[in-house]
Design a protein around this ligand. Sequence first.
Ligand code: BTN
Length: 322
Amino acid sequence: MSELNEQGNALLRLLADGEFHSGEKIGQLLGVSRTSVNNYIKGLQGIGLDIYKVPGRGYCSASKIELLDKDKIRQLCGDKNIQVEQIVESTNQILLDKIPDLVNGQTCIAEYQLAGRGRRGRTWISPFASHLYFSFYWRFDSGIDKVSGLSLLVGIATVNALEKIGIQGVSLKWPNDLYYQGKKLAGILIELNAQATAACHCVIGIGINVKMPAEQAKLIDQPWIDLHSLTAGDVDRNLLSATLITELQSLLPDYEKNGLAPYLPRWFELDCFLDKQVNLLIADKVTTGICRGINEQGALLLEIAGQIKEFVGGEISLRLAK
Ligand code: BTN
């Protein structure tokens, strides 16, 4: 964990209003020369902030920056176990490193991830103060068996939270993704610390695209969308975090007791591929069938030549057949 230095933070707070600020004024504020101002600007651009310069007017952030605020999140969701960091390797790793000292619901959120992790060893692009990088801890005393449908439940909780803050029309793609009209909006990465006979410690990582900076967009190799494109106003990441915490806190105890069965109707409502022809990719093998939703264990149901087959496992991915 680390932070921007004092000058970096002062510059960030100044530019957060989205207005122009002259190099001279910035230099005075930071107590540095005009050349050094440029270096500080480059530093912020380097971590993904969209800052530009207009001759005669000065420097400006492409949009207002609302930073994460631990007190605001705590106030909104009434939860005390929230850690908010500026710079981390990965919010999932922060929590994984603290097992078994965590309590259920412990949350880590960061402005920036140096090594954000996606599924299948991919990097999760994590520009500063742009998106939500959120990790939440839950312990299943009954062991690893309960975990097979967890990512689906978390997907439902995330869509519920988005709807509660006014974002409609988001769907789910088995097993871990949130989509909006064929474009990826968010991903879920659950990392476990478990032994066959003992409690299963789960770190639930959720990354949601909130407002993608133009430069970072070039690094993404699949169709994507962000919340900013789906709403008229700005998205409040503090409110989104608090709503997500409340939703997970409310659904997880019930899921632990009753499993995924009570949530199947909701999944079928949100499944973006339901009754569509899809290709299932397992390693290099492609299987084509019609998506028929999921079962109570969270397995994908695929109709192949009139028969329903079940598929489970983290290394499978699903695409719409052309
Ligand atoms: C995916 O590949 O779709 C899953 C992406 C999960 C990203 C989130 S961001 C918060 C948490 N910390 C990480 O390092 N990854 C997850």
